[in-house]
Design a protein around this ligand. Structure first.
Ligand code: DON
Length: 307
């Protein structure tokens, strides 16, 4: 006999499968060409038991869902005060690819928008660490959250790089404000490599469960983040993770979450579970349409709203 949980997840996906609203991301060739029908969910408990439905082994690029984890790694390396000097913690209320700098200090408002995430990326490793070194720190670091060795899809990265005019412009602005001192092109390229790391919903659910468990990876047993840093990551995710939809998301769904333009969304129920969905068509905020609807449905039916 099957456990009732996979049946519940199958039934949930079946209800949202016919929804074809939204569009694939169009500015990264591999995402534009992705099969829009793919649909998957995984929920991981804090001891690493995973419940899945749909295309749970389908691989896709992590994109902006990398940002909270990289923020955590930078906080561990630099300390809270050091990172706060460079990147704030205030919601921007703007799209993820706006410049959104603090008027007085010139800092990016938060680490979830591209300006903040590229600045956080530039902090990793020793000062002046080159592209290859930082890329490996990021790949190895994200792998510790997933509990397996992740790899980079260079085709995704090359495609994004060819069209990266906006991120290159943002990085040049940051460099001109002395927010970082590295070569802007190198920072953008490294950040794009970070976004091109490949995951499945199973990986994302384990990564989310690591945050849900106070920084403790349920598969490897490693304490990847200290509890204080983990709290900082979750608080910033909760207030800034969904960009200009953060207020709607928290009031209606109430699960700290992060989206990516590949169509993934992961959510963290502190002390309970990590949840991840995948479906490529996006709304105007850059969030998966079916992903958001499934999160809303789970929140309503399982009373997951953290308030
Ligand atoms: O920098 C970009 O535009 C992409 N590599 C990532 C953006 C993203 O995933 C925004 N999230 N919904």
């Amino acid at each position: 006999m099957r456990s009732p949980i996979p049946d519940f997840l199958d039934e949930t996906l079946d209800r949202f499968r016919p929804d074809r609203s939204g569009e694939n991301a169009d500015y990264i060739p591999d995402l534009a060409a992705a099969d829009p029908e793919k649909l998957a969910i995984c929920i991981s408990t804090l001891d690493g038991v995973e419940y899945t439905s749909g295309d749970a082994d389908h691989e896709f690029s992590i994109q902006s869902m990398s940002k909270p984890f990289i923020y955590g790694l930078a906080l561990e390396q630099e300390g809270l005060a050091g990172v706060l000097e460079k990147v704030g913690v205030e919601p921007s209320g703007e799209k993820f690819n706006e410049l959104s700098l603090d008027k007085k200090s010139g800092r990016p408002l938060n680490p979830m928008i591209n300006a903040g995430a590229m600045t956080i990326h530039s902090l990793l490793g020793d000062p002046g660490a080159g592209l290859a070194e930082r890329t490996e720190i990021v790949r190895a670091g994200l792998s510790r959250f997933a509990g397996r060795e992740l790899s980079i899809d260079e085709e995704v990265a090359n495609g994004e790089w060819r069209e990266a005019y906006r991120n290159v412009a943002i990085a040049n602005m940051l460099r001109s404000y002395d927010i970082f001192y590295d070569d802007p092109d190198e920072v953008v390229r490294g950040y794009i490599e970070q976004c091109a790391i490949t995951v499945t919903v199973k990986d994302l659910a384990i990564m989310a469960a690591t945050l849900a468990g106070g920084g403790h990876n349920p598969l490897t047993g490693e304490q990847v983040l200290s509890p204080r840093v983990n709290r900082q990551v979750l608080a910033v995710m909760m207030t800034c993770g969904m960009y200009d939809a953060a207020g709607d998301w928290m009031t209606e769904i109430g699960i700290p979450a992060k989206s990516g333009v590949s169509g993934g969304v992961f959510g963290v129920m502190p002390g309970q579970v990590g949840i991840a969905t995948f479906s490529p068509r996006l709304d105007r905020h850059g969030t998966s349409v079916r992903g958001a609807k499934i999160f809303q449905d789970l929140s309503d039916r399982l009373s997951l709203h953290i308030m």
